[in-house]
Design a protein around this ligand. Structure first.
Ligand code: PSU
Ligand code: MN
Length: 310
């Protein structure tokens, strides 16, 4: 007896996939845990519009009634944005929520699982999870990184969140053979800030060449994904010194409050937002939107490449 994962597609996503039009998968954890209502709902809609502007169809992912939704409706998004208590579902939680018939908001990691099952090769979000600062003692490494070694999905992002240890995050990706390509910048971006201070292994500004890199990675039968970064726009970026001060403060407070594990990312992001008077939350929203547009363009370039290959 075999069990299959129930996937419920929106009509638009189903048609797009059937017609081999480009689709970009999007996470829902940023709606429930990343931003506050009503900014989260508004941002989710603007992110979807940005994917369309880039030339692709958006597929925001969540779990509802024990099934993976591929393409949330407007009502789904409103519900996830406004209701409290919807759990964060990462890869390790996914089978439990599915088997129980429950619901949850997908992180980057679990969205990659869903995207691969749904046959969607591109995903976009603002910032990847990564190796946390102090991971040498806590061993807190985001499942987002591990899932990247297992799912054939290209992840378009503005690098990883500055609350992390970005040098170690880059080391991890190198060790795990995950290609990192930076579009429009020499350095690996730091989500709120244009640079993490870590140089990217490859800068490629030609979208068609990026599509060929992704195709070449999978042609070699590599089981994992590719990280494609795009920096925040200058007008959206936060001053690195201001962000860093808020982050050290937030880290110290998390330590005092004994916050670790699954809730840490949300705690730190909110503490930094508070310390910067909402400046970083504003940047977060803007970066989600600008990244989604690039994601839409890159997914479209990849679909064109596949069509040319026949
Ligand atoms: N980006 C944000 N806010 C967030 C996240 C990303 O601006 O809350 C979420 C994403 O869903 C990402 C997750 O997959 O944080 C990583 O969590 P952790 O570090 O616990 O693996
Ligand atoms: Mn963690």
């Amino acid at each position: 007896m075999s069990t299959t994962v129930p996937l419920v597609y929106s009509e638009e996503v189903r048609e797009a996939l059937h017609e081999r039009r480009p689709v970009v998968a999007l996470e829902s954890n940023v709606i429930t845990h990343g931003l506050k209502y009503p900014h989260n709902a508004e941002t989710a809609h603007r992110v979807e519009a940005a994917v369309r502007k880039g030339g692709s169809v958006p597929a925001t992912i969540c779990v509802e009634d024990g099934a993976i939704r591929v393409g949330m409706t407007e009502r789904d998004i409103e519900r996830f944005a406004s209701e409290t208590g919807i759990p964060k579902v990462s890869s390790r939680d996914l089978p439990v929520v599915l088997a129980r018939g429950g619901r949850g908001a997908t992180t980057v990691a679990s969205s990659l699982v869903a995207a691969e099952l749904a046959g969607i090769p591109f995903f976009s979000s603002a910032g990847l999870g990564g190796v946390h600062r102090g991971a040498e003692t806590t061993m807190d490494v985001s499942s987002d990184l591990i899932q990247l070694t297992r799912s054939k999905v290209a992840v378009v992002c503005a690098g990883a969140k500055m609350i992390l240890d970005l040098k170690l995050t880059m080391e991890y990706l190198e060790t795990q053979c995950v290609p990192v390509i930076s579009y429009g910048s020499d350095d690996f971006p730091a989500f709120y800030c244009a640079s993490s201070g870590v140089r990217s292994p490859h800068r490629i500004d030609d979208e068609d060449l990026i599509a060929r890199v992704v195709a070449a990675h999978w042609a070699a039968d590599h089981p994992g994904g590719v990280v494609l970064t795009t920096p925040p726009r200058a007008e959206d970026a936060v001053d690195p010194a201001e962000a860093e001060a808020a982050i050290s403060d937030a880290l110290a407070r998390a330590d005092q409050d004994g916050v670790s594990g699954q809730g840490l990312t949300k705690y730190l992001m909110h503490a930094v937002d508070k310390a910067t008077g909402g400046r970083t939350a504003q940047a977060n929203m803007a970066v989600l939107i600008s990244t989604a547009e690039v994601g839409g363009r890159l997914a479209a370039a990849y679909a064109r490449h596949l069509a040319e290959q026949g």
